[in-house]
Structures are given as C-alpha cells and as structure tokens.
Design a protein around this ligand. Sequence first.
Ligand code: HAM
Length: 418
Amino acid sequence: MKFKSIKGTKDILPGEAEVWQRVEESIRHVMSLFNYREIRTPVFEQTSLFSRSIGELTDIVSKEMYTFTDRSEESITLRPEGTASALRAYIQHNVGEQSALTKLYYIGPMFRQERPQAGRLRQFHQFGAEALGSSSPQLDAEMMLVALAVYRDLGIEEFALNVNSVGCRTCRPPYKELLVNALNNVRDKLSPESQARIGQNPLRVLDSKDDHDRELTRNVPLMKDHLCPECADHFKEVQALLQSSGTPFHIDGRLVRGLDYYTKTAFEITSTALGSQDALAGGGRYDILVEELGGKPTPGVGFAAGMERLMMVLSKAGKAGMPDVRPVLFIATNGAAAQQWAFTTANALRSKGFRVEIDYLQRSLKAQMREANRMEARYALVIGETELQARSAKLKNMQTGDEEGVALDQIDRALTTL
Ligand code: HAM
C-alpha cells in the first residue's frame, strides 16, 4: 500500500521550503517595522467560535469547515482563518487590559474544504495581522500598507488594491432593504445561487461571478453610496490616507467579503499573475466582532494573505530563487580512520559556522566526489591514511578544479580566506 497526501494538501519539499523561509523572513521583517507582535494559536478551536464570527450563512461555515466531534463529544473545527482565533486569545488573556492598542500578526496553516484548483487548497497558509483597540482610519490604511510592504520587500510590483465600505449596524440594514427590493425586480432572471442569496446574504449577490448576474445587477444601489455620515467620513479618510501615502487603489462598490464580520472598510489585493483565484489578500475593519465573541466592545481591523498564491506570483516573476544553502565543504574519505576524523572535524567546523557535509554511506572516493558535485559543495577535501599521517591534504575548488594544500588543523582558516 502506497500512501498519498490528502487531496488539496501539498508537501513543501526541500528546494521550495527555503523559498518559504525567505518569504517568512520578509513577513517578520515588515511586521517588526510596523511593530506587530507574533501570536501563535492552536490549529483547532471550538466550532462555535468560527460560526459565531465568520457567520453561519457564509460558504466557509456552511460548506467548507473541517468539523468533527472529538472523543469527549466536543465539536471541534480546524481553523479556516486566523482572525477568530487571534481574537479568542486576545479576549481570553485580557490582552486589552495591558495595552490600549494591540497589534498582532500570525503565519500558519488554515483549512477549508473547497474544490481544489490552482491557488486553491484545502490546507493553505496565510500570514495576517490584526490591530485591536482603535477605530482610527489610519490603521485601516496601515493594514493595506503592511501587506503591500511585504510584496514590495519580495520584489513584487504588480498588484491591484480594491477598497470598499460595507457600512455598519446603522446604515447597513436600511441599505439591505433597498438592495433586496432592487434584486427582487430581477429575481427570476438571476442564477439560482444568487436567487438563494437574496434571502440569506443579499450583499453576496453583488459578488456573483456569473456574467449574466453582473449585467442584471449593474445598476442596483451600492453600500458606498448609502453610508451613514460616520461611515462615509471614515471611508473618505481611508482614501485620503492611501492617496497621501502614494498608494494607488480602486474603489470597488461591489466588493463584499466572504466573511460576515466586517464593518466599514473592506479591501482585497489581487494580482494579474494569478488565474481565477486572483485574490492575494483580503481584510477590513470589524468593530463589533470582539464584543460578539464575548469581549469588551473593542474596534479592530486586519487582513490575511494567501502564501501559496504569493509563491505562485513569485515564481511567475522569476523571483522564487533559493537562498544559498550549499555546503561550503564536503569531506571525502577513504578508510575507517579518515571517516572517524571527518566526523569529528565536520562537527568542529559546523560549530564555527561552516556548512559541512561528509559521506555516511561508505561510498567509493569517486562516488563521494560525484555527491559533492551534486550538492554543489564549493570545496572538497580528500582524506585517506596518507593525508592523516602528513597532517595535510588538498582542498579542491569544485568549480575551477584548482587544488591547494592545507594543514589539517588550519582548515577553518583556509575556508575563511579562500
Ligand atoms: P479571506 O479573504 O478568506 O480572509 O482569506 C485571505 C486570503 O487567504 C485570500 O485572499 C487568499 O489569498 C487566501 N486563501 C483563502 N482561501 C484559500 C484557499 N482555499 N487556498 C489558498 N489560499 C486561500 C480571511 O481569512 C480573513 N481572516 C482576513 C482578515 C483578517 N480580515 C480581518 N482580519
């Protein structure tokens, strides 16, 4: 029996894993510039945490969650996103009492049982940030700037930032009524999926991928034109901040997110380098979510970005290069005494910071040199009885083939000066 990874999951093998490490370094670097602190939460939580926050009627909660009953009869769900868990931890540990504003970031796997396709997996990875405790539009703009700063740090320049406002508890209900009335006028002609959404989550009809639906709803009222004065001011301020920071953006009045917790700002970053799953990142403000999860009323805003999609963009741009992980030295040996010596010497050199590899398979000298070549070691040292006795050996430059004599107790010095 041969085992295979589960559909929609992916192994990240050596070669690719180093690119992930480089991306994670960029994320950590940018997060620290903006003073976000890392939080690591469990990958599973009580199911109701997610249904409460993301919304019972969303696709994520109604169709995509990995939910199971554990042996204590508790309903458990693998986290489909990071916001709910971060807020649960924030509330549970009274983090808000220690500081008025809390800025958190996370990197990790998320789970959604979606139909797998390019850029859409069942276990995928996100990096994200959440700022809790301030309703300042500066933080809404900052979230977009943080995501864009990571992309720029990695050398990606082609993306589009789409921004909208989805209103609040005051202005959304009357707007929803307007929208439902407008949608009811064309109800029979809409796709069955959109028809079902009118009663459940009418804003999502705006988001329909069906061209016919889009045409039919071309002139329906949009939330951004029906905001209450507070939301309208906030939206204007976010736009002014983006403008003053020189960040190009589009206002997309049809942008609605697949999670129900947003208030005011909602945004998405897309890339033309991706196919139909073109959203690189998404986020927005969620001023009532902490309270809904049992915390004190606390405004919040955040975003999350798909890492597999980021990798796709990087490799399309030819920027998925690997950092240098090649050994600087391969010690090839002939005989048991030389092998012993190589083991000890390699470890001594490693403790001085040199990447060193030896042979563990008792291969012939020729096979060992082939191996040194395969792993692109910069130098090789050949050690046998003669070299051990002479206390010196030849250090071979694997690229040029040049050889140089070195004293065995001076290898570190030779490697430093070469
Ligand atoms: P989201 O839009 O559901 O938002 O996900 C954010 C990003 O995660 C997407 O733009 C996409 O790049 C990536 N993503 C989502 N699903 C998949 C998948 N099945 N396969 C690969 N990548 C995927 C959230 O998750 C919110 N928690 C964002 C947020 C944080 N809002 C406020 N704070």
